[in-house]
Design a protein around this ligand. Structure first.
Ligand code: NAD
Length: 416
């Protein structure tokens, strides 16, 4: 069986492996293999040209034994319930690994947001929230940004939820703009956290980051901020890409300038002094660190053998298939799994929620210090399991996450 996995079959096989290694009883596997709630809604909106647009909206709430559901909302064509369920499950483990008091959820709307106007996106977001409103809330389920949603989307979600409740509730959403209760440092937290893990792993593996060549697939929130953090750490970002393709320069890229070019032309390609490459070529470049920060299923059985990086840090969720995992492990490529590497975003989301609940706003240096403390603890907890079990990092991280959730479930017991 290879490559025909769906995101959900991958997540379920990971859960099974963790349960087996942890010697958990089969009841726990059965409970954790199904989400607590899956919601599918039909979002009908008036388009700018007067016609009616109908879009499928999903929200999956996986497990909340450790705290309220938490997870991003992505706008992407062809999103399936299978994919959203798998991503919700990953969120449950991720929050447990980061040791923050949330369960896992994920949301999605099947829409090509690039073809929508800002007004249409606002109407879509507000209608989506109105349809799932009773299942959201600061003590129930707190959305955050993901692919093709951003701080503005979160402001609309917060405002709609607040209007329906009758008063402003900033803690109902995270990743919102600072002026309406967002946290300093949230926008860059995921990319920054990825590079923080790279630094820790480089130290453990004797890899020097100064002038190390870094290639990054995806130049959105995670990819851009990972590129900036890598540059700040002394590395050279030699390649980046977006949905239109990538660019490569052995001398390294000026990241803010590449972003200005993308903003002007809608693509990173054609940036001065670089060579245009495909997304596939980017993954196979000779480099020290590869950061897939776009989407699922990018490193597969077909290309894993051609990966030349010494280290792969998963900024995206699920970019590596299980077959590819095995190949990278055999090639002794250090892989930092998504549920650890990209947990910086949800960690600062947690800080945002705490700040909102206490009506405080922490300064950026405090947020960054707390983020490093949390990520360092999570990284070391995973490494301790990896050393004890002599496993790869994904297995170690899964054992930590699934084990913590299972413990919470056992302690709470079953009611009635
Ligand atoms: P984004 O929408 O800001 O950026 C996505 C990037 O991927 C864009 O540059 C886009 O052009 C590129 N892309 C889209 N389709 C592509 C394709 N077929 N090939 C190559 N590139 C493609 O999204 P984001 O928030 O940066 O999320 C990226 C990944 O990181 C997703 O897997 C998401 O689940 C994960 N993630 C995001 C956060 C967060 O805080 N935003 C947190 C944890 C994980």
């Amino acid at each position: 069986m290879a490559e025909e996995h769906t995101p959900l079959t991958v997540s379920l096989s990971q859960l099974k492996l963790a349960c087996k290694k942890l010697e958990l009883d089969s009841g726990i596997y059965k409970m954790l293999s199904l989400p607590k709630r899956s919601i599918s809604v039909s979002i009908d909106i008036r388009m700018d040209n007067g016609t009616v647009g109908v879009f499928n909206g999903l929200r999956v709430q996986h497990w909340d034994a450790r705290g309220p559901f938490k997870g991003g909302v992505r706008y992407y064509p062809n999103i399936t319930l299978d994919e959203v369920t798998a991503l919700a499950m990953l969120m449950t483990w991720k929050c447990a690994i980061a040791d923050i008091p949330f369960g896992g959820a994920k949301g999605g709307v099947c829409v090509d947001s690039k073809k929508m106007s800002k007004h249409e996106l606002e109407r879509l977001t507000r209608r989506y929230v109105s349809l799932i409103f009773e299942y959201l809330g600061p003590q129930r389920d707190i959305p955050a940004p993901d692919m093709y949603t951003d701080a503005q989307t979160m402001a609309w979600i917060m405002d709609t939820y607040s209007q329906l409740k009758g008063f402003i509730i900033p803690e109902s959403v995270t990743g919102k703009p600072v002026e309406v209760g967002g946290s300093w440092g949230r926008t860059e937290a995921t990319g920054k956290g990825v590079v923080f893990c790279v630094k820790q792993a480089a130290e453990n593996n004797g890899l020097k980051l100064k002038n190390a060549a870094v290639a990054i697939q995806g130049f959105g929130n995670v990819g851009y901020h990972a590129a900036e953090a890598a540059r700040e750490a002394g590395a050279k970002v030699v390649a980046v890409s977006d949905s239109t393709g990538g660019i490569y320069s052995l001398d390294g890229l000026n990241i803010p300038d590449v972003m200005s070019h993308k903003e002007k032309t809608q693509s990173v390609q054609g940036y001065q002094g670089t060579k245009n490459i495909t997304n596939e070529e980017l993954l196979e470049l000779p480099c020290d660190v590869l950061i897939p920060a776009a989407m699922e299923n990018q490193i597969t059985r077909k290309n894993a053998d051609k990966i030349k990086a010494k280290m792969v840090a998963e900024g995206a969720n699920g970019p590596t298939t299980p077959d590819a995992d095995k190949i990278l492990y055999e090639k002794e490529i250090c892989l930092i799994p998504d549920i650890l590497a990209n947990s910086g975003g949800v960690t600062v989301s947690y800080f945002e929620w705490v700040q909102n609940l206490t009506r405080e706003q922490w300064p950026l240096d405090l947020v960054n210090r707390k983020l490093e403390d949390k990520m360092s603890k999570a990284f070391n907890d995973v490494v301790a399991i990896v050393e004890k079990e002599e496993s790869d990092m994904r297995t170690g991280a899964l054992m930590l996450g699934v084990g913590r959730v299972a413990n919470a479930i056992k302690t709470l017991g079953l009611w009635p």
